[in-house]
Design a protein around this ligand. Structure first.
Ligand SMILES: [Zn+2]
Length: 285
């Protein structure tokens, strides 16, 4: 494509209309601190929630962090169940981040929902993408294709270190999908489909219908459940044994924000209830 030199604005593309406003206007960044303010407030006064700052990294000289919170539920019978909850690894999917904020508020109001749990919560896994409202990080990479591949992306390295050090019993990732018409779940282990994802989709259905299509994202689906095959997706360490459960919850993009957030929060609540029951019956699975 041929470029011409504009004496005022440097090189501009000849195929684009030349206007006096061709100097790029910096777009306002979405605020992470506004998003997290309710969690910081709860953490400041609640014994249940700890804000764990310190997962710092740098992008072009600017300081960033992967925000981390720990919600410790009331003691249950056995050793605490450790779950990791992850959102906004795709920066243009803020629904999950807001849903985690709502979920923590719910747990703070009703801690008994988290009896026996220790929840590590990562509401913004891709801070630069979240600020820019872009799927990719500012490096241009899709972070959800970088896991366990010796990635140089600092966010991925931080999250991998968390995944190793916490030895989660299960992880749940929240996403939203522009192409889908309903709520759906993605699982790695089919064993848990019936026990966890089915009830989670049912709980979400109060707010958003599930995607009943035979194919979702080009993958065969049944009752709103897809079997995961994403290479490099946010997942537990390849050698983790026993294998933790891994669930991705996906809302459609189109519905109003409050419906998406409630649907995700209700699905999470359901998974806490059902997993507690599940391990009580099947401790060695
Ligand atoms: Zn996504």
């Amino acid at each position: 494509m041929q470029n011409i030199l504009d004496p005022l604005h440097g090189e501009v593309n000849a195929s684009q209309p030349r206007t006096h406003s061709s100097v790029p206007i910096p777009r306002a960044r979405r605020s992470i601190s506004d998003l997290l303010a309710p969690l910081e407030k709860i953490a400041a006064s609640s014994p249940n929630l700890v804000a764990n700052h310190g997962a710092h990294f740098e992008v072009s000289g600017e300081a960033y962090e992967v925000p981390r919170y720990l919600f410790v539920g009331p003691k249950g019978g056995g050793t605490p169940i450790r779950l990791g909850l992850f959102a906004a690894i795709h920066g243009d999917e803020p629904e999950g981040a807001h849903a985690l904020v709502q979920f923590v508020k719910l747990l703070e109001a009703r801690p008994e929902l988290a009896v026996g749990y220790c929840l590590s919560i990562y509401p913004v896994c891709n801070p630069t993408g979240f600020e820019d409202n872009s799927r990719h990080a500012r490096s241009g990479r899709d972070l959800n294709r970088e896991f366990w591949k010796n990635s140089a992306q600092p966010e991925v390295r931080i999250l991998q270190a968390e995944l190793v050090s916490h030895s989660f019993d299960g992880i749940i990732s929240l996403h939203s999908h522009g192409g889908s018409e309903g709520f759906y779940g993605v699982v790695r282990s089919l064993t848990l489909t019936k026990h966890l994802v089915g009830p989670a989709l049912k709980a979400a259905e109060i707010f958003l219908p599930r995607d009943e299509h035979d194919f979702i994202e080009g993958v065969p689906a049944r009752d709103g459940v897809v079997h995961d095959s994403t290479d490099g997706g946010l997942s537990t360490p390849p050698k983790a044994h026993p294998r933790p459960f891994e669930i991705t919850l996906e809302t459609p993009k189109a519905p109003p924000a409050y419906l998406k957030e409630f649907a995700l929060a209700m699905a999470l609540r359901s998974i806490l209830v059902e997993y507690r029951k599940f391990i009580a019956y099947a401790p060695n699975l």
